[in-house]
Design a protein around this ligand. Structure first.
Ligand SMILES: Cc1cc2nc3c(=O)[nH]c(=O)nc-3n(C[C@H](O)[C@H](O)[C@H](O)COP(=O)(O)OP(=O)(O)OC[C@H]3O[C@@H](n4cnc5c(N)ncnc54)[C@H](O)[C@@H]3O)c2cc1C
Length: 299
């Protein structure tokens, strides 16, 4: 299939892109890596009248350290950059670990962090992993009459972004400009794992975990999220609660895994039954928590 006809603009700065998106005379969408949008066009699942290509906007592709030691990923950061960038390896190692599970190298060299988050596919790795890391998203749109400056910006906790499957709090005319991940603290460890039918396929289930232990080895903070385990990328809050305050970790890991498997809301599809997905949630939660806690003990 070929895509329906559309106008194409390729601005070289963000304000120009925001201006093009603010013009509502045509239904307009940003184009990032095109790894989800182009198939959607070809299958006629989307038919925007104009595409605003973000690929020439240098400021959207920067990876930087933030003042508090975290990492700010420009929306156009490629999945392949997550695998290789030393700043990410140091400040958000979980992203590097999970990025290797996304599709194949060709797709990772084009697909972007902003595209993956804005697409809000519950089966995608990055939205879930970024939830575990407590990420915030930066969003911009063209300023309206009466507002000062060329653009208006807002920041959201990532948890507020995902409203439904493939549905976010992004409004027409808005561009997700960056994702910011807080610095890992002392005693923090994280891990990711997933099960897919073949390497590179979307996960049947994936689990990401982050824990923080105090000097006595007691868990003070935990976050666990699910890939393809619900209608949106989601945190398993009750499972994480089973860990906080625990010092005897093997029992707490087993409880968290059991609570996660019970409280999650996975669907059945042609790849797996609901019961098999619950089984995988239990097994993978146990596995990633064990690894995350071992890593936390060495930090
Ligand atoms: C064969 C194949 C296998 C894949 N397997 C996986 C997988 O295993 N795991 C996985 O996570 N993904 C997978 N993907 C999807 C891939 O990771 C995509 O790159 C990603 O979902 C979307 O990123 P993109 O940059 O390509 O966005 P695009 O396809 O360009 O855009 C996706 C959507 O987001 C919007 N958008 C893009 N950027 C912005 C922005 N900055 N602000 C606002 N809106 C924006 C677009 O308008 C569009 O609606 C696969 C893709 C293919 C083709």
């Amino acid at each position: 299939m070929k895509p329906p006809p559309f106008e194409y603009v390729a601005p070289s700065d963000l304000d120009e892109a925001l201006e093009a998106l603010a013009d509502t005379s045509l239904e307009t969408r940003p184009l990032a890596g095109g790894q989800s949008l182009v198939p959607m066009l070809n299958f006629r699942l989307a038919a925007p009248e104009r595409l605003v290509d973000l690929n020439r906007i240098a400021e959207l592709a920067r990876v930087e350290r933030t003042e508090d030691g975290g990492v700010r990923l420009g929306a156009m950061t490629r999945h392949s950059t997550l695998e290789r960038d030393p700043l990410i390896a140091e400040g958000a190692a979980l992203l590097a670990e999970a990025a290797r599970f996304i599709a194949h190298p060709q797709i990772r060299s084009r697909g972007t962090v902003g595209g993956s988050v804005a697409h809000a596919d519950p089966a995608a790795e990055l939205p879930a992993v970024l939830l575990t890391l407590g990420a915030r998203v930066h969003i911009a749109r063209c300023a309206r009459e009466g507002e000062t400056g060329p653009r208006a910006e807002r920041t959201l906790d990532l948890r507020e972004l995902f409203l439904g499957p493939f549905f976010t709090a992004l409004e027409p005319g808005e561009i997700l400009t960056a994702v910011e991940v807080p610095a890992p603290g002392p005693g923090e460890g994280s891990a990711f794992d997933e099960v897919a039918r073949r390497r590179g396929d979307y996960a049947i289930i994936g689990v990401a975990a982050r824990v923080r232990l105090d000097d006595a080895g007691v868990c003070r903070e935990a976050a666990i999220s699910l890939v393809n385990g619900g209608a949106t990328p989601c945190l398993m809050e009750e499972a994480a609660e089973a860990l906080v305050g625990a010092g005897q970790m093997s029992g707490a890991i087993a409880s968290a895994a059991a609570v996660g498997a019970e409280t999650a809301d996975p669907a059945a599809d042609m790849h797996a039954s609901e019961a098999y997905r619950r089984h995988l949630i239990r097994v993978l939660t146990r596995r990633v928590l064990t690894r995350a806690i071992a890593r936390a003990r060495t930090r």
